[in-house]
Design a protein around this ligand. Structure first.
Ligand code: NI
Length: 224
């Protein structure tokens, strides 16, 4: 599932992020990948030790906690502290796979979902599309500042060269409570239907029984 989640950050928050990031010290993005990734990666990142990365990363997590749509789609169990990258002057990242298992502190995280949160308006730079390749072909993603794309970490993906301006984004990975993408999608659809029925004033008992089905499936399918 490829899901666009609009306005994770407000315009005021984006402006605040940008003020901090426009004067930040960036390092070579190749520092956080293995030799295979280093061959195709040409961008800049905030260093892992940067206090700014930590603060803004926490602000991203706080913003996500306000989004019921994000929660319903990702069913997050563990999240990598968000990172920040910058592409400019032809910077790009060729087709690659994200590592299946990462460390968060002293625990491991299986990457089920990848997220990119755009921090620049699409008109402010040329190129820089996130291109995700899945069984249905290639999808080009370039979203307004503050919007997020959620996509399966199992897909090959790349970032097209930025030929004008700069593309700044936050990115991170999520281990979902529900490992299987098909089951996660079913829960997402069921949840959306329950919300719609509730909003439309449907029969309360019927909605309640459907909610019970949702929670019993989640109980059955979730791993912690
Ligand atoms: Ni990647």
């Amino acid at each position: 599932m490829l899901l666009h989640i609009p306005q994770v950050l407000t315009a005021a928050e984006v402006a605040q992020f940008r003020r901090a990031l426009d004067t930040a010290e960036w390092t070579d993005g190749r520092e956080t990948v293995g030799p295979q990734g280093a061959q195709v990666k040409r961008n800049l990142q905030l260093p892992d030790t940067s206090p700014l990365k930590k603060d803004l990363g926490q602000a991203v997590l706080n913003a996500l906690s306000r989004s019921p749509l994000y929660f319903a789609a990702a069913l997050p169990l563990r999240t990598i502290p968000p990172r920040f990258n910058r592409y400019e002057g032809g910077g790009h990242y060729g087709f690659h796979v994200d590592g299946a298992v990462m460390m968060v502190g002293d625990t491991t995280l299986r990457t089920d979902l990848s997220c990119t949160l755009f921090l620049c308006e699409p008109d402010d730079y040329d190129g820089g599309e996130l291109i995700i390749s899945d069984t249905y072909g290639e999808h080009e993603v370039k979203l307004p500042a503050g919007d997020l794309i959620l996509y399966p970490s199992s897909s090959l993906h790349r970032v097209a060269a930025v030929t004008r301006g700069a593309r700044i984004a936050s990115f991170f990975w999520v281990q979902s409570l529900v490992r299987d993408a098909g089951k996660r999608q079913l829960l997402f659809e069921l949840d959306a239907s329950i919300q719609a029925l509730t909003g439309a004033g449907a029969d309360r008992d019927a909605v309640l029984r459907l909610s019970n089905v949702y929670h019993n499936l989640l109980r059955d399918w979730s791993e912690t």
